[in-house]
Design a protein around this ligand. Structure first.
Ligand code: SAM
Length: 262
């Protein structure tokens, strides 16, 4: 395992227990509709869900675009692509595609929307990826990006200094752990226009987000970028806080939308 390429390697090869965890974490929930609203998805649209994972969002999109539209899921993990293809069996307006680099297997100007949800933080060359997204969008088409910024996490009772150290240790899993704050400028530089951005944040007090912390603990353990004992104690402290009602977790999502000029 190479620490310099782990940010992408850990998606190319995913252990079975992580596949199961991600299938639970990436389920489609109707509450996500609000975050999709700026994408203005309409019946008939041809949409790419870039970094589609197990395919739950892509499947939900098929209902929005209807029979006249089409959804393409694309991901760097072959297992996600084959599982998503099985999940979509019987639907004519969706297909999934395995990526091996930044090149998108779609005609120039052939899509109306490109969605990228929690994936640009992992790509090796975000400029090359955004350039491909720009290429495949039709003039007037829209890109819609949702991404975290791991410098804005709150976990109580850890306190800010400890949160920063924990996520710094986990940052081996990301190419750009602070992608959120860079998105507006990145889209402008990629020659998109009418860039709009907002931050969506919710507060977890009941422990649903422990799966995020346990996932980060797993990343930390690959290279022991924090002592295993300290990392375990932090997870245990978070679990106790859930039980005694003192737990607080927030991870703001950057929601950034822009158009390819007409
Ligand atoms: C955090 S998951 C998000 C999955 C899905 N978009 C969602 O929000 O439910 C990140 C996804 O991006 C994919 N991914 C990582 N690096 C990628 C790359 N360079 N190109 C395409 N997909 C990539 C991973 O395989 C994984 O499915």
């Amino acid at each position: 395992m190479d620490i310099d390429t782990y940010f992408t390697d850990h998606w190319v090869d995913i252990e079975e227990d992580r596949i199961e965890r991600y299938e639970r974490m990436f389920q489609w929930r109707d509450s996500q509709l609000e975050q999709l609203a700026p994408a203005s998805i309409e019946p008939g649209h041809r949409i790419l869900d870039f970094g589609c994972g197990p395919g739950f969002l892509a499947l939900a999109l098929t209902d929005m675009v209807g029979d006249a539209g089409r959804v393409y899921g694309a991901d760097i993990n072959a297992r996600f692509v084959s599982d998503a293809t099985e999940r979509a069996a019987g639907r004519d307006n969706i297909s999934f595609h395995h990526l091996t680099d930044h090149v998108l297997p779609f005609e120039t100007a052939s899509l109306d929307r490109v969605l990228a949800k929690n994936v640009l933080e992992y790509v090796p060359d975000v400029t090359a990826t955004l350039s491909e997204m720009h290429r495949v969008l039709a003039p007037g088409g829209r890109i819609h990006v949702l991404d975290s910024d791991w410098g804005f996490v709150m976990v109580e009772p850890w306190g800010k200094t400890t949160v920063d150290r924990f996520f710094e240790a986990a940052s081996v899993a990301f190419k750009e752990p602070h992608i959120g704050r860079r998105l507006v400028q990145l889209l402008k530089t990629a020659e998109f226009e009418a860039v709009t951005a907002k931050i969506a944040a919710s507060l977890d007090t009941t422990g649903g987000s422990l799966s995020v912390l346990r996932n980060m603990r797993r990343y930390i353990g690959v290279f022991n970028t924090m002592s295993p004992q300290e990392a375990d104690e932090l997870i245990q402290a978070a679990e106790r806080a859930v039980d005694d009602g003192t737990y607080l977790f927030a991870l703001p999502q950057f929601v950034v939308t822009a158009n390819k000029p007409s």
